[in-house]
Design a protein around this ligand. Structure first.
Ligand code: HEC
Length: 181
């Protein structure tokens, strides 16, 4: 009986000690920042306005995994084509027509309707990555950031269009891009 009592008493203390150690560990974990820092969904607007060129190369990784809030359709492609024609074609060209290299950019903007290696334009990239490059721009290249000029919907429309640049697009979409409509 005595032995039993003694061992259960030992278990009690060990258990209490364990609790204290666990609590202290949990406290330290959060208090001293060992918990994984939450990466904000988007840079705060000030940060984006103040230092678009200073974004570290990894800044895109959290955005890159974003997925488009809608799928592709002819409407999406047409909306994207209107935006592209107006804002992007002068640097990035249109199907069958390359843009003259802009003096303000370095390197020259990639022609997004031409085949580079295995894929047409950026069609080999994830839509979320294309989105990030359009929204945040490409630092030190002359590629502007469009997050303050286009809505998220508009940027996704263009991103999905460019993702599909290697596919057969509906004639009206090509018409908009080529300016014949
Ligand atoms: C003033 C010229 C200019 C305009 C206008 C412009 N871009 Fe760019 N863009 C560039 C340059 C320069 C780069 C960096 C070189 C490159 O990768 O093409 C770039 C890069 C990109 C990239 C990344 C390409 C890659 O290889 O990963 C995408 C995507 C892109 N632009 C899309 C757009 C879209 C969409 C628009 C319109 C909303 C646009 N750009 C407007 C010059 C421009």
């Amino acid at each position: 009986m005595a032995r039993k009592k003694g061992s259960s008493g030992g278990f009690g203390w060990g258990f209490l000690l364990g609790l204290v150690v666990t609590a202290a560990g949990a406290f330290a974990y959060f208090k001293f920042g060992m918990a994984p820092a939450r990466v904000p969904e988007k840079p705060i607007p000030f940060e984006r306005a103040a230092a678009p060129a200073a974004l570290p190369p990894t800044a895109h990784t959290d955005v890159a995994i974003r997925t488009a809030p809608f799928g592709t359709s002819e409407d999406v492609f047409e909306a994207g084509a209107h935006i592209y024609k107006l804002r992007c074609a002068s640097c990035h060209g249109t199907p069958g027509h390359d843009a003259a290299p802009a003096r303000s950019t370095s390197p020259a903007a990639r022609q997004l309707w031409k085949r580079h290696g295995g894929a047409v334009g950026v069609s080999g990239q994830e839509p979320g990555l294309i989105y990030a490059k359009i929204a945040d721009g490409v630092p030190h290249s002359g590629m502007p950031a469009y997050a303050s000029q286009l809505s998220e919907t508009q940027i996704w429309q263009v991103s999905l269009l460019l993702k599909s640049a290697g596919q057969q697009l509906p004639d009206p979409v090509i018409g908009i891009l080529k300016g014949s409509k």
